[in-house]
Design a protein around this ligand. Structure first.
Ligand code: CO8
Length: 267
């Protein structure tokens, strides 16, 4: 086997998978993991592969280094853009974040520091958000004469309400981890050194459940939220009934009755 060329660039996204849990780590710590085109392309590729992985149970998204999840889109890359390039960049970012939302398994953001601008938007595209106690969430684009461009005006308002979202978007101020939890922007705050192990425990818990049920829960909940309640409830009835055709549901219910652990095999 030939050696890799010494000047091969460092990947800007690290991808590891263990026990059905994939971890995506944005890897530009010197730029506080700012999202440039390279990160977005690598995310896009990784998400395409993960979406087709039947053994996948859960995904964790985090940032490299102790200081930052993602400090936004790469300002150095944006500074020379005109409207055409900015439209392409924003649309591509939207496509990548929509691909995160569309993954069939739960995606957890482990916010280990700054989640600003595009970083906050990346977290908002994930299903569950946990933060370390040094985390900071915000949409500071107005400081640059800009607005959020990766979904921040939309997903943030849907997550924390219009008034709070607008206040963050027009003031540019950031929220400390505890404030973010208080407004529903993250579920829990962990000590910095424990974040990844705590989030991994949560992912392992999800991975131990009936895999078809977990995927179905995400799909029905997501689909139903965009529909009137009666339509969403109808989705649920259908999906609930279909699960009775799976071996895993038989196994899960039988294991309960037999007072033993269930052994799910994803069928
Ligand atoms: N882009 C590029 N480089 C960055 C970014 C960024 N967003 N954030 C930090 N860096 C770089 C710094 O330039 C610095 O590099 P160097 O060492 O070469 O000077 C390095 O990271 C370390 O940063 P600081 O020295 O500034 O670290 P501090 O601890 O003093 O400050 C902050 C940390 C407060 C996070 C500060 O770096 C900061 O304010 N960063 C910018 C935050 C920001 O404004 N984010 C929003 C960006 S715009 C955006 O995300 C829009 C998304 C939609 C785009 C749509 C496309 C059209």
């Amino acid at each position: 086997m030939s050696a890799l060329p010494a000047d091969l660039p460092e990947p800007t996204l690290l991808v590891s998978t263990e026990g059905g849990i994939a971890t995506l780590t944005v890897n530009r710590p010197a730029a506080l993991n700012a999202l440039n085109a390279s990160v977005l392309f690598e995310l896009d590729t990784a998400l395409t592969i993960l979406a087709a992985d039947a053994a996948l149970r859960c995904v964790i998204v985090t940032g490299a280094g102790p200081k930052s999840f993602v400090a936004g889109a790469d300002i150095a890359e944006m500074v020379s853009m005109g409207p055409h390039a900015a439209r392409k960049f924003s649309a591509f970012g939207h496509r990548v974040l929509a691909a995160i939302e569309a993954l069939p398994v739960p995606v957890i953001a482990a916010v280990n520091g700054f989640a600003l601008g595009g970083g906050c938007e990346l977290a908002l595209a994930c299903d569950l958000i946990y933060a370390s106690d040094n985390a900071r969430f915000g949409q500071p684009e107005v400081n640059l004469g800009l607005i959020p461009g990766f979904g921040g005006t939309q997903r943030l308002a849907r997550k924390i309400g219009r008034m709070r979202a607008l206040e963050l978007c027009v003031s540019g101020r950031s929220l400390k981890a505890d404030e973010a939890r208080a407004v529903g922007l993250c579920l829990e705050v962990f000590p910095q050194g424990e974040l990844i192990s705590r989030v991994t425990q949560i992912a392992l818990g999800i991975a131990s459940k009936g895999p078809i049920a977990v995927r179905t829960a995400k799909a029905v909940l997501t689909r139903g939220l965009d529909a009137p309640l009666a339509v969403g409830n109808a989705y649920e009835v259908e999906a609930f009934a279909n699960l009775f055709d799976t071996r895993d549901a038989r196994e899960g219910m039988t294991a309960f009755i037999e007072k033993r652990a269930a052994h799910f095999d994803n069928t």
